[in-house]
Design a protein around this ligand. Sequence first.
Ligand code: NDP
Length: 240
Amino acid sequence: MKTALIIGGCKGIGRAISERLAQDGFDIIATCRKPGLDSDETAQLVQNHQRTFTVLPLDVTEAEAAKAALWPYLEGEKLPDVIVYNAGIARDNLFAFMKQNEWADVMDTNLNGFYNTIQPFIFGLLARRSGRIIVITSASGQVGQAGQVNYSASKAALIGAVKALAREIGKKGIRVNAVAPGVIETDMTKDLPQDKILPLIPLHRYGKCEEVAAAVSFLAGPDSTYIHGQVLAVNGGLVI
Ligand code: NDP
């Protein structure tokens, strides 16, 4: 049976990825910081597709504790076939006013969290000689966004990490790609000024979590076997 691990898989885009990959036939392991309503609802969505759901509590910024939580899955039979790094936060501010903690919190979660939760899997993946790593970056990391110097830097860094890692481990049969959403309807974007943002999007609407999950499904599935080290944009034309 195929298994997918979604780091940050119980709400927003991550929940849609959990549900979609369950629909595709994967058993799901999804992390969240505090199991509760979010993880219960996600479990139900996954189980509706007759797949198993395991919630794994972890905070990606706590390196040692995160590695300990992931320990049972790092090699052997429990090693996931697909690993999605979706955890991310925004702490928007103009750079002139940006506080050190706004910079550090975003880097800790978006970039250091990637190291803390993905690096521990690499030896196991190399030994098995198969697997897919999919990283959720952002349009802001592709072009830069005013008011998001911290977020754009972290997401651009993830794109660099994906490309470099793809060069390192592709020959061992492990594929590494990124998905770069534009503006998607989630908690992260609910307070943004729609009237200012919609004119920037040629399709003139926000994206849906399911539309991002569909791109992840493609990269996790059988129709993308020669796609490697790429950034798949899901943004309604925001970045062309
Ligand atoms: P949400 O705020 O709904 O979800 C954020 C996710 O990140 C949750 O799964 C959350 O887990 C997890 N997370 C945050 N901090 C931590 C942490 N310290 N440790 C572990 N997990 C953590 O946002 P979205 O669904 O919108 O965002 C998902 C991803 O998509 C992010 O990487 C975001 O940057 C990216 N993205 C979103 C866009 C949008 O328009 N919404 C656009 C472009 C990219 P928990 O359940 O513990 O809260």
